[in-house]
Design a protein around this ligand. Structure first.
Ligand SMILES: [Zn+2]
Length: 260
């Protein structure tokens, strides 16, 4: 028995698939295509596995993204829920989150006394979030899943209709309160209705702070007959009407108590 001789390379002619030596097909130029058909990307946004999560959209992974906080409110009589969605969103997902929470708040926010105040504040704060979202550039780096569907703008959803009623109420209140205030000032500033001699009056105030009104002499409300003051002044037993109740605002009319 003799040991077989060690295999020498010469026993295995170099085939086309040999691992040794130069190119398998020396007559062919190296392949012109690079290893990956995809151009190298900065990959700033996508972080599929343990990458830096702050840079990509936390929903879809697309970039660029920005930190956005969208708020929501639910109010039912005395029960209130304050909702908050905070995260790094791409433009598309941020818009979707904003529209969803804004529409939900429009529907669910109003139905309590405090909530009716908190809801418009929440909606206004979300407009700030919306402006942040609108400053995010369109996604350049694709994510690992499609972004959220932004859907229709809030005011084109059914929820948009419901805002018109409270907003109209708020608008009317904002306009009506100052108007009523001014009307009240004007009315309160006006001189009282003057008393005429021969008519009857009643005093709804005190004598130091008179509130004299003309009433029908036949009615049970009548307390005094208004008389012209004589030269010597009102007769004993008569009361004196403030001069602001006379036609010329200078004469002190006499108020003669009516016999009952
Ligand atoms: Zn996204």
């Amino acid at each position: 028995m003799s040991t077989p001789p060690p295999a020498s390379p010469s026993q295995f002619p170099r085939g086309p698939y040999s691992a040794q030596g130069g190119p398998a097909f020396p007559h062919q130029p190296p392949a012109p295509y690079p290893a990956s058909p995809y151009p190298p990307q900065p990959y700033a946004g996508a972080a599929p596995m343990g990458g830096p999560p702050a840079l990509g959209c936390e929903v879809c992974g697309a970039g660029p993204s920005a930190p956005v906080t969208v708020r929501g409110h639910q109010g039912i009589i005395v029960i209130m829920r304050f909702l908050r969605r905070k995260g790094a969103f791409c433009r598309t997902c941020g818009l979707a989150v904003f529209r969803q929470m804004q529409a939900d708040t429009l529907l669910q926010g109003w139905w309590g006394p405090l909530s009716a105040i908190i809801t418009p504040i929440t909606l206004l704060m979300n407009l700030g979030a919306l402006s942040t979202v609108r400053r995010i550039p369109q996604p350049r780096v694709p994510g690992w899943r499609p972004p959220l569907d932004p859907g229709k703008p809030v005011m084109k959803r059914p929820a948009g209709l419901i805002v018109t009623v409270p907003l109209a109420v708020v608008a009317v209140a904002l306009v009506a309160v100052p108007v009523l205030f001014v009307i009240g000032l004007v009315a309160g500033d006006g001189r009282p209705e003057p008393l005429t001699v021969g008519s009857c009056a009643r005093n709804d105030g005190s004598w130091s702070d008179q509130d004299l009104k003309t009433v029908s002499c036949g009615s049970s409300d009548a307390q005094f007959r208004v008389t012209e003051p004589p030269e010597a002044g009102c007769p004993t037993g008569d009361f004196l009407a403030g001069p602001e109740y006379s036609e010329d605002q200078a004469t002190t009319l006499c108020l003669h108590p009516l016999e009952r």
